[in-house]
Write a protein that binds this ligand. Structure first.
Ligand code: PAF
Length: 285
């Protein structure tokens, strides 16, 4: 695996495989790899001839500078993990390479970014994500780009971005990777102390509770949400939002008569966690 720092180097490295018709897969990341990231890389490795992983802690998607500086960074450790999975190129540019002096462009998806995470992380968060993802897609010109279902709203926003701007790339959304007890893998899990780590399993249980309620025939989202919310609060986990929304528009559903996305964000101590499940009319997907 080669680590590349500049846009020119990455483009040059990809020119040759592209000339021979290689299918190129891109996995955009901010590093601090866990099994969730590695699973995206494995999907890319299975499906593509050449795999690029970008590692860039994107400053424009953080609202608080303290969050940006606290973001875990371990490029050397990440490089070992990516190489083990068989990644060809690790693209890890410095900030000035992607945001040179005078940078003045924002790519913004105007719908579906103001709700859920958009309220709690600020609208600028998704502008930062869509701007950097547009840049990474322009730089690597992959055939396929891989993202996790764990960040459900981000996945919907990126699919809309690519559709609206006619970007010639397939967006692959890969399933959430979970710990054996159901907790979704996240770089934030490392902030949980043992008691919090135990309580954090309530997020997955709350989503399972919502599924069970739908499977039992409940069709009123408010009733289903109340049951799921009770699961969180009984474990002393503070929900920030817990909603049943349409999987493409992210609009709250009035009744459950097809697939819905159950999305939640909750505080476990000082750590904010998110999770989601797609729920079919009959319960589990
Ligand atoms: O999901 C992430 O890690 C980031 O939001 C992404 C897509 C790499 C953009 O910085």
């Amino acid at each position: 695996m080669r680590t590349l720092r500049s846009i020119a180097e990455l483009r040059a490295a990809l020119a040759e495989p592209r000339r021979f018709g290689a299918e190129i897969g891109l996995v955009p990341t901010m590093g601090a790899f866990h099994e969730g990231h590695l699973s995206l890389m494995r999907h890319a490795r299975e499906e593509c001839d050449t795999v690029v992983v970008s590692l860039f802690v994107n400053p424009t998607q953080f609202n608080e500078s303290s969050d940006l500086s606290a973001y875990p960074r371990d490029e050397a450790g990440d490089a070992v993990l990516a190489a083990d999975v068989g990644v060809d190129f690790l693209f890890a540019p410095p900030v000035e390479e992607l945001y040179p002096t005078g940078f003045a462009t924002t790519v913004s998806v105007s719908a579906i970014t103001g709700e859920l995470e958009g309220i709690h992380r600020g609208r600028g968060h998704f502008d930062g994500v869509t701007t950097i993802v547009t840049k990474l897609l322009n730089i690597a010109s992959p055939d396929v780009a891989y993202f996790g279902q764990k960040d459900a709203q981000q996945a919907v926003v990126i699919k809309r971005l690519v559709r609206d701007l006619d970007m010639p790339v397939r967006i692959a959304i890969c399933p959430t990777v979970r710990e054996p007890d159901g907790l979704a893998m996240s770089s934030r899990n490392r902030h949980l102390d043992p008691a919090e780590r135990f309580r954090a399993t309530a997020l997955h249980r709350a989503l399972r509770t919502a599924e069970a309620a739908v499977a039992a025939g409940l069709r009123d989202p408010a009733v289903v949400q109340a049951r799921a919310r009770a699961e969180l609060t009984s474990s002393h986990v503070e929900p920030e939002y817990l909603e049943l929304v349409h999987a493409d528009t992210l609009a709250p559903v009035a009744t459950i008569d097809g697939d819905v996305l159950a999305v939640l964000a909750a505080w476990v101590g000082d750590t904010r966690l998110i999770d989601n499940h797609v729920i079919t009319k009959n319960g589990r997907r």
